[in-house]
Design a protein around this ligand. Sequence first.
Ligand SMILES: NC(=O)c1ccc[n+]([C@@H]2O[C@H](COP(=O)([O-])OP(=O)(O)OC[C@H]3O[C@@H](n4cnc5c(N)ncnc54)[C@H](O)[C@@H]3O)[C@@H](O)[C@H]2O)c1
Length: 287
Amino acid sequence: MSDPLASLKGNVAVITGAGSGIGEGLAHCAAAAGMQVVVADIATDRAESVADAIREAGGDAMAMPVDVACPGSIDALAEAVHTRLGDVTMLFNNAGVETVGFSWELSSEQWEKTLQINIHGAIHGVRAFAPRMLASGRRAWIANTCSIGGLGMMPLQTSYILSKHAMISFSECLFLEMQLKGAPIHVSAVLPGPVATRIFADGGGGQDEGSAQHRAMMDAMLHADGISGLEAAQRIFPQVVAGAFWVSTHPEVTQQMAAGRAQHLSALSTPALPAEILASMGLAVPE
Ligand SMILES: NC(=O)c1ccc[n+]([C@@H]2O[C@H](COP(=O)([O-])OP(=O)(O)OC[C@H]3O[C@@H](n4cnc5c(N)ncnc54)[C@H](O)[C@@H]3O)[C@@H](O)[C@H]2O)c1
């Protein structure tokens, strides 16, 4: 088979949440591969400036608005992309938000928002884009941004963590469905480790002291230990193009988390508080 990276030139990539962080990095990687990049984000000003930066560097990019929490908005994006640019070769369902707080203290709106963006956004991305990808009969890629968090558990980030477990499951089943169809569409589950982005700074959730402290500590941890959005994307993009199902930015951590999860489930262990992580956030674990 021909070098997939070389064959991407001139093809269309759609990336949601591309106005910042990992999505922004992926937009730059797709542009560097010679693709026509649709920088899709709810923050249209940020999407415009990412598209401007790509064009200034000699790439091909167009900003388009989308609210992935709204199925109709994703349908409109798919329609606009196909009308203006034709077949889509690569779809990154990447937009996501963090929400912090005790499960019973988040409002119904906060719960709905998190699940709609983090889970339904990808589901409707596939529903809106996959039929035309399949009809084209061409080789294509769908990559869903999950998280290493989808291999573990973390109190106060329940809505986020469960959304990422769901995204792994969605990606696995979607992969099988494409196999069942004999479709030339690669499906990837992208599991980033810590990446220094705005995700916690922009995150929603409880306004109580504990939630605010947890959000601030997670934000500080990402900025102290995380790689940049561009570096994460530079690790992710070639793995996706190569057709890997599991895609990682920090392979050792991913392995460790996956092994821990497997061990936890095979022993049917009772969930245990991650004392070390919580302590590093200044949160005491009760005796
Ligand atoms: N940063 C990390 O450490 C990390 C780790 C694992 C997974 N992730 C995942 O990576 C993805 C990207 O996150 P990031 O860290 O780059 O965050 P980010 O906040 O920097 O970027 C997310 C982008 O998504 C956009 N967005 C939010 N809601 C939207 C909506 N309804 N419709 C369209 N766009 C919307 C935001 O405007 C923003 O530009 C998310 O799915 C996140 O869960 C991040």
